[in-house]
Design a binder for this molecule. Structure first.
Ligand code: TTP
Ligand code: MG
Length: 348
């Protein structure tokens, strides 16, 4: 019996110069100017992103801000406003839900959508891609690039190819032809080291890589086989839908059981800091704060407090956690402590 495989249609969307585009949206006088979001150029720290106008001076993400300041003295430096960008990110992700329940958010500004449908033609996927690009522009005011293909690899490379406002669609069967002229550095898992290694073997393009026998790449181990498959335009990875996050927590097991109050409090404080950071990263706040205490015999107790107002503030969470500690800890030796924030909601 012949098993008919459903052709997958995957769309990858990535916002253009995301952080700076949000800043331009909120202050239109910045439009078209060399904006750099990140650390102050007088201080240590790096560039988060640069507008396309600033990129012309050679400024890019992860570059020290000082270097960016030298390359682009007229650059407008702005601090990172993660919570503001999270809000825009959520608006964009909400649009995707109208086209498919199979959406994988990859980072704050990019996602894969699996829009495969039995018997739907390729042109239908193109319509969806155009529609998404138009709606992100007209309803939110942001620009994005869209890539379409039969797998994640092709869709991701396609979206990056003609930025900004790119739209690149690779029809089924054209994967190899599309990838062939591109440099190997575009493949997943090819960092600068692997790239120079492959170049020393005379392999520069993905097409070159597709011509070598897969055994020749065995020095790369498992990765070699994956790379070779990628060069053939093959990639089976599924679009992975995330389940909504219910809580954010951190735990610490002491190297040695302790009843030193200072040590316990300091450990809880550091757990609170990383929980708070993660909540901010995710753009979430929570109402329930839970302290976990585990004693050396593994008996474990959790104590919670639910407040009316959701928070991600370090100070508030720390105050609640230490309050719970002081009311419930029997001042006996502890093996582990934990902090968790739940009953989550995006900030109003
Ligand atoms: P990217 O999509 O990599 O970059 P971008 O959206 O700014 O530009 P492009 O048009 O090339 O897609 O990353 C999305 C956001 O993530 C970016 O606006 C800022 C942030 N970011 C960092 O904070 N540090 C980094 O090193 C990178 C790469 C991104
Ligand atoms: Mg982007």
């Amino acid at each position: 019996m012949i098993k008919l495989e459903l052709i997958r249609y995957i769309i990858h969307v990535d916002l253009d110069a995301f952080f700076t585009s949000v800043e331009e949206l909120l202050d239109p006088s910045l439009k078209g100017k060399p904006i750099i979001v990140g650390a102050d150029p007088k201080l240590r720290g790096v560039v988060a992103t640069a507008s396309y106008a600033a990129r012309r001076y050679g400024v890019h993400s992860a570059m020290p801000s000082r270097t960016a300041g030298r390359l682009c003295p007229q650059g407008i430096f702005l601090p990172v406003r993660k919570e503001v960008y999270q809000e825009y990110s959520r608006k964009v992700m909400a649009i995707f839900q109208d086209y498919s329940p199979r959406v994988e958010k990859v980072s704050i500004d990019e996602a894969f959508l699996d829009v495969s449908q039995e018997s739907a033609p390729f042109s239908h996927t193109l319509d969806i891609g155009h529609d998404i690009q138009k709606r992100i522009r007209s309803q939110i005011g942001l620009s994005c690039s869209v890539g379409i293909g039969t797998n994640k690899l092709v869709a991701k490379i396609a979206s990056d190819l003609r930025k900004p406002q790119g739209f690149v669609a690779v029809p089924p069967g054209q994967e190899r032809k599309f990838l062939s002229p591109l440099p190997i550095g575009r493949l997943w898992g090819v960092g600068p080291r692997t790239e120079s290694f492959l170049k020393s073997m005379g392999i520069r393009t993905i097409g070159d890589l597709s011509q070598v026998s897969s055994e020749k790449l065995s020095f790369l181990g498992k990765r070699g086989a994956i790379l070779w498959r990628q060069s053939q335009g093959l990639d089976e990875r599924e679009v992975e839908v995330q389940r909504p996050i219910k809580s954010v927590g951190r735990e610490h097991t002491f190297n040695e059981d302790t009843e030193d109050q200072k040590e316990v409090e300091a450990t809880l404080t550091s757990l609170v800091l990383s929980v708070s950071d993660e909540l901010r990263e995710l753009g979430l706040k929570g109402r329930t704060i839970t302290l976990k205490l585990r004693y050396p015999d593994f008996t474990t107790h959790t104590f919670s407090k639910t407040q009316d107002e959701a928070t991600s503030s370090k100070e508030t969470i720390r105050e609640q956690i230490l309050g719970l500690l002081h009311s419930h800890w029997e001042l006996k030796k502890l093996r582990l402590v934990g902090v968790r924030v739940s009953t989550l909601a995006p900030p109003a």
